[in-house]
Write a protein that binds this ligand. Structure first.
Ligand SMILES: [Zn+2]
Length: 171
């Protein structure tokens, strides 16, 4: 019975995700940040898509899909297909599904490898944060590893020109 219930819930998870982002090209972006809680440097990694589509409302089948012209970071990832999640978490085992009071949702987020404090997406993407470098020196600290396969997620897409440059450099 237990095994059956597990299999059913796994099935439902994959069947019932109504994504807000889809792309045939994705990768993992790496940087580091100084933890706001303990002050130590800690690695952070996020999913990046290049091309694909996004939409506002996951529940509205008629909602319009917008094209993603260049590269975009996936933020506030509430759900993502199992293959892409495995690739992300193999590279970043400190990424956990964490409830955020600020964001009002649970999402897959970076946590400090020293003290486990949530490194929220809002902090990681503010100017001069690890995922919003504003100088060439800071940009040079960010790396990108492309992954095989496609991605579907319930997430926000953060498109930015520096990401287009990163995606072009890391072929
Ligand atoms: Zn810490």
């Amino acid at each position: 019975m237990f095994g059956e219930a597990l299999a059913l819930s796994d099935h439902r998870l994959t069947e019932h995700m109504t994504p807000t982002v889809k792309s045939d090209r994705f990768g993992v972006v790496s940087s580091s940040t100084k933890c706001h809680a303990c002050g130590e440097w800690t690695p952070v990694k996020a999913l990046l898509v290049r091309g694909g589509q996004w939409r506002n409302e996951p529940d509205d089948e008629d909602d319009y899909w917008y094209p993603i012209e260049g590269a975009g970071l996936l933020l506030y990832v509430q759900d993502v297909n199992a293959e892409a999640l495995a690739i992300w978490r193999n590279a970043a085992p400190w990424v956990r599904n964490t409830p955020s009071r600020t964001a009002g949702i649970s999402y897959w987020s970076n946590t400090c490898v020293h003290c486990e404090a949530l490194q929220g997406d809002w902090f990681l993407t503010k100017p001069d944060g690890p995922f919003f470098p504003t100088t060439p020196e800071l940009e040079a600290k960010v790396a990108l590893d492309w992954a095989d396969g496609s991605i579907e997620a319930v997430a926000n897409v953060n498109e930015a020109s520096w990401l287009d440059g990163l995606a072009e450099r890391m072929v």
